[in-house]
Design a binder for this molecule. Structure first.
Ligand code: MGD
Ligand code: MGD
Ligand code: SF4
Ligand code: MO
Length: 726
């Protein structure tokens, strides 16, 4: 743990103790650095006698770092509030007669071991499932994967990154042979002369990156935003394509058709560096721009302008995020954006590349080291014999002991519902709010024989737990996180754990011990886990072998892949070859896909979902920050005035949104900035405002990503007085 020196400032009235914490923001994938100073002012003896509580003040200063260049957004500025809040769970809690009672760690570990072993004994080891998250450090995420396969020996493990990065990750792997979010360092963005921002709202979701794009604009870049709504990000746009939700793949086909018509395909790059172009050329040659305009709701002229701007620009970058990816064709839609990058030869050079804008703080590292159903550390595959042998060797087990692959996050919830999974261990996620079709998930969770949740707070999921394990926050827990660029960063611990809260990795080691597998989890500190992770990832796609804590302390983060301790890691990828064994990138034919659910008479308008600036994911943390909560105290539905008139709902009044799966109640925000056929609801609230009670559970057939971004809904005023009268 990092050393800190309390400073005592004595005065006749009061004394102050100051704790300086050098840390980084726990929220999004930029991982901005900051200095947090806590000053505790003890009242004087005279005042103390009247039982005054000490006055605690916090001061936050952004710190220079390569990603945010010394910026912090409003979430980072206020991230301390939840971590220091009185709402933190600080003792293990067991539910008895519907009430949570504090228990000791010893009791908690004994209960867990007994219940897991009894359930595994009665129904088989696969009756216990694990559910992880992208906010866990690399060390904890790695250990959770090992814990599933070596301590509990179950095949059922998956994590919330399934809902986040799975479409882009599978597309990157298939097209390039590797998935590392951004193929370039952020510093390349200002060099791009044309930038496509598709389904990514950087201004609200990675705000400290916005200046890279404004700098690009100052350098003459032409910015194209593809989003059904106007957002903070679309304000940067020279051209905004207000696409119909779910129709990005078709939109890109229109752009590719234009490239072909205008002779803007970089034939020599395509010949030298890719395979699969012939089939794609035939496919896009058969597309009609007018039909695509009808399908996508974007005028043919705008599609042409976008394609010509990107095709002609000397350099260019494409970014996608969840707007494109959280679709039932998310994998193929991303692949079409990668087709666009490849056909124009805009990759592997300064100012040329692709970025899947990673979401969670460790959304990148969290998807590399084995908490995914089909994965082993270093991006290895659990069904690959050679990979199994290698990892079994590192773990000291027989390869035949490693389970096979399980199922994706939502499918795990279906197995819980069907009674195949009887016990669940959740670490770093709030699945009752973040899964699609949340009513089913809530019912599933209630059917469990045994639910353990490791969290800092009483989340909506923790409420249903039999046992809650209190974990340390970013201020208390050390470890590495990999930011959206693929840069591995070390975050030291800054203060002691509150009460009896424990680190995630420590909790896993202790439970492993209780189930008699402690010999495989002998770590005395987090660095020892990283040392094992280095070995486990060695020779894999996500090779961390060359990265050490010493290096991370000396240098400001190291890019993966980094196979050797004197190697620098690769900031800009694919300069001369891609990661497939033949060195080529794979172009693929992408059809004009429709969303799984279309509007009809009963559910006549599209719902899309996403984020607002001041809240983070299911809001468990940001709703506990008074500054952030007060910016948006409740959820809302954003809808066009014509849509409001059609459904008779009024601005500022409550409306009921219904779908085939359930209903929610939210307040109306009427605005001309959204398409008339689409409404938007953010995802940050639970219970009656949990938008996932109405979202569609249909999954992408390849990556198993749910189509969070489109379903069909109906809207009505909650009460007569909420109605709009024409
Ligand atoms: N403030 C804040 N920041 C965050 C988070 C947060 O919760 N709050 N979460 C973090 C995480 S984990 C993630 S994954 C990222 C998410 O970052 P983003 O993906 O940028 O965020 P979203 O708001 O989910 O979706 C982006 C945009 O997609 C648009 N969209 C909806 N449907 C479609 C469509 O069919 N096509 C296209 N092209 N666009 C569409 C939405 O209108 C929205 O503006 O943000 C990270 N940063
Ligand atoms: N409708 C709709 N649904 C969505 C999305 C969408 O755009 N629309 N986006 C999806 C996306 S991209 C994501 S990433 C998911 C995220 O959804 P969730 O996985 O539910 O994410 P969080 O709300 O961050 O929940 C994390 C929980 O872990 C706790 N936690 C935080 N840090 C730690 C830690 O270090 N250790 C432990 N043990 N616990 C910790 C927090 O207190 C919180 O309770 O939601 C998905 N759901
Ligand atoms: S939320 Fe993201 S952009 Fe904002 S301070 Fe935290 S890491 Fe930086
Ligand atoms: Mo995410």
């Amino acid at each position: 743990m990092k050393e800190y020196t309390p400073v005592n400032q004595q005065s006749c009235e009061a004394s102050a103790t100051t704790l300086v914490m050098e840390t980084q923001c726990p929220f999004c994938s930029v991982q901005c650095k900051m200095k947090l100073t806590e000053t505790v002012v003890e009242a004087s003896a005279a005042i103390q006698s009247s039982a005054a509580a000490p006055d605690i003040q916090y001061d936050v200063e952004p710190r220079m770092n390569k990603a945010s260049e010394g910026r912090l957004c409003v979430k980072g500025m206020n991230a301390y509030q939840h971590a220091v809040s009185d709402d933190r769970i600080v003792y293990p809690l067991a539910k008895r007669n519907g009430q949570f009672d504090p228990i000791t760690w010893e009791e908690a570990n004994t209960i867990i071991a007994e219940r897991f072993q009894s359930i595994a004994g009665r129904y088989g080891r696969d009756a216990v499932g694990l559910y992880g998250g992208g906010s866990l450090t690399n060390e904890s995420a790695y250990l959770l994967g090992k814990f599933a396969r070596v301590a509990l020996r179950t095949k059922y493990i998956d994590y919330n990154g399934r809902f986040c990065m799975s479409a882009a990750a599978s597309a990157g792997n298939k097209t390039f042979g590797i998935d590392r979010g951004l193929t370039n360092p952020l510093s390349d963005i200002p060099l791009a002369k044309c930038i496509v921002l598709a389904g990514t709202n950087i201004a609200d979701c990675q705000p400290t990156l916005t200046p890279y794009f404004t700098k690009a604009k100052e350098n003459g870049s032409f910015i194209i935003v593809i989003d059904p709504r106007e957002t903070g990000t679309s304000k940067l746009a020279d051209l905004h394509l207000k696409v119909k939700p779910g129709m990005d793949a078709a939109l890109v086909n229109g752009m590719l058709r234009t490239l072909l018509d205008e002779g803007l395909v970089d034939e020599s790059f395509v010949r030298a560096r890719t395979r699969g172009y012939e089939a794609l050329r035939a496919h896009i040659g058969a597309q009609s721009l007018e039909e695509i305009a009808l399908l996508t709701g974007v005028p043919a002229d705008s599609i042409r302008r976008a394609a010509i701007a990107f095709g002609r620009a000397e350099t260019g970058m494409v970014f996608t995020a969840r707007g494109v990816e959280q679709q039932t064709d998310g994998y193929m839609a991303v692949r079409n954006f990668l087709n666009l990058v490849l056909l124009t030869g805009k990759i592997g050079k300064p100012g040329c590349g692709y970025g899947a804008v990673t979401g969670q703080g460790n959304g990148q590292g969290g998807r590399e080291h084995g908490q995914k159903a089909d994965q082993l550390p270093g991006y290895r595959l659990i069904e690959n014999e050679e990979h199994r042998r290698y990892i079994a060797g590192v773990w000291g087990v027989d390869p035949s002991e490693l389970p096979g692959k399980g199922v994706s996050a939502y499918e795990m919830m279906e197995k819980v519902y069907d009674g195949e999974i009887k016990a669940l261990f959740v670490m770093g996620s709030n699945p009752v709010v973040s899964n699609p079709n949340a009513n089913l998930v809530e019912a599933a969770i209630e059917r469990l024989e045994f639910l353990v949740v490791a969290d800092m707070f009483m989340s909506e999921t923790a409420r249903s737990a039999d046992l809650i394990l209190p974990v340390t926050s970013y201020l208390e827990n050390a470890g590495t996180l990999t930011n959206l660029e693929g840069r591995v960063l070390l975050r030291d611990a800054s203060r002691p754990a509150p009460g009896e809260a424990r680190h995630d990795w420590r909790i896993l080691c202790d439970i492993a011990d209780s189930v008699g597998r402690g010999g495989y989890f002998p770590y005395a500190n987090v660095e020892q886990i990283f040392e094992e992770l280095r070995l486990a990832s060695r020779g894999g796609i996500a090779d961390y072998y060359g990265i050490t804590y010493d290096r991370l302390r000396r240098e400001e983060g190291v890019y993966w892949p980094c196979p050797s301790t004197d190697g620098q890691g690769d900031g800009r990828m694919f300069a001369s070859s891609f990661a497939h064994s033949d060195g080529l990138a794979e172009i693929v034919v992408v059809d004009n896909h429709f969303p799984d659910e279309r509007t009809d008479e009963e559910y006549p308008i599209y719902l899309t979902t996403g984020r607002v600036l001041s809240h983070y994911l299911t809001g468990v943390q940001t709703r506990r920050s008074h500054t952030l909560a007060s910016r948006d105290i409740e959820s809302f539905v954003e809808l066009h005035p014509n849509a409001a008139r059609r459904f008779g709902v009024a601005d500022g009044r409550l409306a009921v949104l219904t779908s085939r799966r359930g209903e929610i109640v939210v307040r109306c925000r009427i605005t001309r900035t959204i398409r008339e056929d689409t409404v938007f609801v953010p995802m940050h609230w639970g219970d009656v405002q949990n938008v996932n009670k109405i979202t569609n559970q249909a999954l992408d057939p390849t990556c198993r990503m749910p189509g969070f971004k489109v379903c069909a809904v109906n809207i009505r005023p909650l009460l007569a007085e909420d109605a709009q009268f024409a």
